[in-house]
Ligand binder design. Structure first.
Ligand SMILES: [Zn+2]
Length: 96
């Protein structure tokens, strides 16, 4: 019997001050990545979809962004302290 499915992972990539398109406040926004992974026997094998969004911490409005926009925001968020390294999820070798 083979058990497979998908599982969602949420990564918080950065916190940025952005002008919110919803409430109009220059508020802190979280930049998040949602990855859906294909799982086999509850072991995540590979991502099937990756989505990015920012969420305003002031009013809670979420806005979807493209990967390019997310990369740009991350570059903006890169701080000189260097403590905010975000790890690439490790590619798991495909097991057959
Ligand atoms: Zn807002």
């Amino acid at each position: 019997m083979i058990i497979f499915g998908t599982r969602g992972y949420l990564y918080q990539l950065a916190i940025l001050t952005l002008l919110c398109g919803h409430c109009g406040n220059p508020a802190a926004h979280t930049l998040r990545k949602r990855v859906t992974k294909f799982t086999l026997f509850f072991v995540p094998l590979f991502p099937v979809s990756t989505k990015y969004a920012t969420q305003c911490t002031f009013c809670g409005a979420e806005q979807k962004v493209t990967k390019e926009q997310a990369d740009q925001l991350l570059a903006q968020a890169a701080n000189p302290h260097g403590g905010q390294q975000y790890g690439q999820p490790q590619q798991q070798p495909y097991q057959s």
